[in-house]
Design a protein around this ligand. Structure first.
Ligand SMILES: [Zn+2]
Length: 119
């Protein structure tokens, strides 16, 4: 029997026994159980996000300049290291042709800019 069926049955028994105090306590407990279930759902979601973030971070290749690439990414997309450090957001940086064949990377969110080094 699930928690809610159990509480519902107990409320029914309390009603039949005409025990108002027990009935009130059971209603209060069922409200607390609902709050706990909401909290558990929230924690599960947070945990899943942390797990995903940890998995992403393990694939990071860090560079001397403040940008990141991902291991195994054939396209070698460059992400902003500042935005990751601040909000754990993967912001793809713009690639701008720069002096002497160099590529300048630019983050349109935080305006972090740098020169792409080794690839
Ligand atoms: Zn940024």
């Amino acid at each position: 029997m699930g928690l809610y069926e159990g509480i519902k049955d107990a409320i029914g028994i309390a009603q039949k026994a005409d025990n108002v105090e027990l009935y009130k306590q059971l209603i209060d407990l069922s409200s607390q159980a609902l709050d706990m279930q909401t909290e558990i759902a929230k924690l599960r979601e947070e945990n899943s996000e942390l797990q995903k973030s940890k998995e992403t971070e393990q694939r990071f290749v860090r560079h001397e300049q403040p940008y990141l690439t991902l291991q195994g990414d054939n396209q070698k997309v460059c992400y902003c290291a500042v935005c990751w450090g601040k909000d754990e957001k993967m912001i793809q940086m713009d690639r701008i042709n720069w002096d002497k064949g160099q590529i300048k990377l630019y983050c349109s969110v935080c305006e972090n800019h740098c020169i792409e080094c080794e690839q």
